[in-house]
Design a protein around this ligand. Structure first.
Ligand SMILES: [Cu+2]
Length: 207
């Protein structure tokens, strides 16, 4: 009975170690979208003070020149709206709100996580302006803050990860890290188990 308890205790310890690793794992994951203005799938009738996306953690503007950050508003015809300027504040990326005629719009965004990884996505919303709203002209090319348009070299949100679902996906390096940790714990658990069994056999022989 005592030996079974010992084996059980060893396995329990291994399981606790695995749980601790799983709980600690999110610390290695990159930021994810928490909220946006407008919200995905919403209908708005008045322009908010600004369009924004807010993630769960601080955004990383390491160079101070907003490299890796982008936020663009387009309509169904592919016209761009806004002045191209944006602000990074804690966990929020925002830009001035401007829209044209009623219809479907989307806000594409890209930010740099606290862990240095770039994440991106898009938010679709419906614009049904009430009579008090001022409508803006759209641009055929993405506007650059301060005038002109952004050239082709400007990184656009990654097509592969542009859906809102992809935002919460843990990147490959994190998966490898967690998988390695779990594998290590499992190997340790099996080793402890085998040692316990062998010790038990030895004890039985001695009995
Ligand atoms: Cu990351």
């Amino acid at each position: 009975m005592r030996r079974i308890t010992r084996t059980g205790a060893a396995l329990s310890a291994a399981m606790i170690a695995a749980l601790v690793l799983l709980v600690a794992a999110p610390a290695y994951a990159h930021n994810y979208l928490v909220t946006s203005n407008p919200e995905e799938g919403s209908t708005i009738t008045e322009l908010p003070a600004e369009f924004s996306v807010t993630t769960n953690d601080t955004l990383l503007d390491l160079s101070g020149d907003a490299g890796g950050f982008a936020i663009q508003i387009t309509n169904d015809s592919g016209e761009y709206f806004g002045d191209g300027c944006f602000a990074i504040r804690d966990a929020t990326l925002s830009t001035g709100a401007a829209l044209g005629a009623a219809g479907d719009y989307r806000m594409e965004w890209q930010v740099v996580s606290a862990d240095g990884h770039t994440i991106s996505g898009e938010v679709g919303f419906d614009w049904q302006p009430d009579s008090s709203q001022t409508l803006s002209e759209g641009f055929t090319a993405p506007p650059a803050c301060g005038g002109g348009t952004l050239d082709e070299a400007t990184p656009e949100p990654d097509e592969a990860s542009s859906s809102a679902d992809a935002v919460s996906t843990v990147d490959a390096s994190t998966v490898v890290l967690i998988a390695s940790a779990i594998a290590l714990v499992l190997v340790a658990a099996v080793a402890i188990f085998l040692i316990s069994v062998r010790r038990k056999k030895t004890d039985d022989t001695n009995d």
